[in-house]
Design a protein around this ligand. Structure first.
Ligand code: NAD
Length: 244
């Protein structure tokens, strides 16, 4: 079987999980992960036997000096890949897009980038088929994925009329709570709708969904409350069955 050669750019919270998932597939080959860091996080990739690349020559030097074996730069990784999954921070991935396009490389971006960057937003539950054969897509954020999955389950059973959600959003990652965390306070988003509702519509424009969001002093998870109008009277069992 010809394996698809997959590269990962950004070996952080998302990238390390994508790398593990790709590594487990029979029809994919993880040909390398790329980053700029020099600490324990990237050393885990080395420990797992993943080839490690640096964003550019400067970071290659820094990473090599930190004792990390570097196989090349992002440009070298791009030459070897059939597809790249870009999990770098917001706006950095968008800057890499031109390079991917020039190299005729298929690419997948994380949900921090705008829909327009690829013109397609993906959630397997809802629009898998529309991504087939595309040169690029963007996998929507965890909050948007949750919205799309939940509402799609009701939609597929013909139950969904409209949905209004309140999102309690975690403020930051646990290891960054000293930098941009919050304590004993709540920060409501001033704009209504918050971006997650429109983002869900970038996957499925037919969803009638509006969200509001509040940032809460929490580092591990988000909580969504939904007020959903159904198309007909439905029993509790019918609604639960839609999610099975
Ligand atoms: N994790 C989430 O829950 C979440 C939710 C919604 C959206 N996102 C979006 O996804 C992005 C990535 O999320 P994450 O949680 O994995 O972030 P992260 O900070 O854990 O990982 C980003 C990785 O990219 C690396 N990096 C930075 N600049 C780079 C460069 N120029 N070249 C290569 N690597 C570089 C960083 O060193 C880090 O390892 C976020 O910035 C955000 O836009 C994340």
């Amino acid at each position: 079987m010809k394996k698809v050669k997959v590269a990962i750019n950004g070996y952080g919270v998302i990238g390390k999980r994508v790398a593990d998932a790709v590594h487990l597939q029979d029809d994919m080959e993880l040909i390398g992960v790329c980053d700029i860091i020099t600490d324990w996080r990237i050393k885990i990739a080395i420990k797992k036997g993943f080839p490690v690349f640096a964003f550019n020559a400067d970071f290659k030097k820094q990473m090599t000096e930190a004792g990390i074996q570097i196989q090349g730069t992002l440009s070298d990784l791009i030459k070897k890949a059939d597809i790249i999954v870009d999990c770098t921070p917001k706006k950095i991935a968008a800057q890499n897009v031109e390079q991917y396009k020039e190299s005729n490389l298929k690419f997948i971006l994380q949900g921090g980038e705008k829909h327009e960057t690829t013109g397609h937003s993906f959630s397997a539950e809802n629009n898998y088929e529309t991504a087939l054969g595309r040169a690029s897509t963007r996998v929507v954020s965890c909050n948007t994925t949750s919205i799309v999955r939940t509402l799609t389950a009701l939609k597929k059973e013909g139950l969904l009329k409209k949905a209004r959600g309140t999102l309690l959003r975690r403020a930051t990652d646990p290891w960054e709570s000293h930098l941009n965390g919050i304590m004993n306070t709540l920060v409501p988003e001033k704009e209504i709708p918050s971006h997650q509702g429109p983002d869900a519509k970038s996957v499925d424009p037919d969803l009638d969904v509006i969200t509001v969001a509040v940032k809460v002093p929490e580092t591990l998870s988000h909580l969504h409350y939904w007020n959903v109008q159904l198309t007909k009277n439905a029993s509790k069992e019918e609604v639960i069955a839609a999610f099975k």
